[in-house]
Design a protein around this ligand. Structure first.
Ligand code: SF4
Length: 256
């Protein structure tokens, strides 16, 4: 890692989130047209994803507190509690809906996450890890959903929706950027990237990739982020005309 990323942060430095970097890397013209204002662009999630996120987060917190994997019974209790949060118990329809949601989640969480992954893991976890780093005079920041670690591995995880337009895991600039931010923070290279994906009509799907050549991986990630920051800094907003233009919210405005 070069020294440029280790430069001091200042109060006045402009900042970019990794979501901005994702937009800039897909099309700098799109960034210029203002999508960057929606900093939660890549965090838009449906209720199912939010519920899964809560279940996974609380399961890891319980594991961390007790020092062992929570039982399946305690996880079902947790799911019930989460699904009934804020529900007016006098409203029969709302109670029915919460009950249905809870049953659906219990089935999916057990078969596709709890049994095949969670109970077998010897990881501890950090949740919602906010990180920032300065590069080329800009502060790059983001919050990592979940970091798992044991003596051998450090895994950077994202809980998201299973969408057709997700980049292949290894090329996901946001996850790569998160791993890079974490590497700068802990002075050690994370070894895996993981996506925990939820789709209302499907099960939880988990993808993991190993980072085989860490020095090369982190060096390339820093350079890729640096290119986007450089373009934004010097306002070189050129278009990337390709398939994404069909669904771009700025296609009417864009003259290319
Ligand atoms: S229409 Fe295409 S080139 Fe124009 S801003 Fe959108 S993605 Fe970029």
């Amino acid at each position: 890692m070069s020294n440029s990323s280790k430069s001091r942060l200042t109060q006045t430095s402009p900042s970019l989130s990794l979501s901005d970097i994702v937009i800039g890397s897909s099309c700098l013209k799109k960034y210029e047209y203002g999508l960057s204002k929606f900093s939660d662009y890549n965090r838009k999630t449906n209720m199912g994803t939010e519920l899964i996120r809560k279940v996974i987060r609380r399961a890891y917190v319980n594991k961390l507190r007790s020092g062992k994997s929570p039982s399946w019974r305690s996880i079902t209790g947790l799911i019930d509690k989460i699904c009934f949060e804020g529900i007016d118990t006098k409203d029969d329809d709302a109670v029915d809906e919460a009950y249905r949601r809870s049953l659906k989640l219990i089935n999916r969480v057990q078969g596709s996450w709890f049994k095949p992954y969670f109970v077998k893991e010897d990881y501890e976890g950090f949740l919602d890890l906010g990180l920032r780093r300065s590069i080329l005079g800009f502060i790059i920041n983001d919050t990592i959903d979940l970091v798992l670690f044991n003596e051998k591995d450090v895994v950077v995880c994202q809980v998201t929706e299973l969408a057709d337009n997700l980049s292949p895991l290894y090329n996901d600039i946001r996850l790569r950027g998160q791993a890079w931010l974490l590497a700068q923070e802990i002075g050690k290279y994370p070894t895996q990237l993981r996506r925990i994906m939820w789709q209302p009509t499907d099960k939880i799907k988990i993808e993991t990739v190993n980072i085989i050549k860490p020095e090369e991986f982190y060096d390339k990630t820093q350079k890729a982020i640096g290119h986007i920051v450089d373009a934004i800094k010097y306002k070189t907003f050129y278009p990337s005309i390709n398939e994404q233009c069909k669904t771009c919210p700025f296609r009417k405005k864009c003259s290319f």
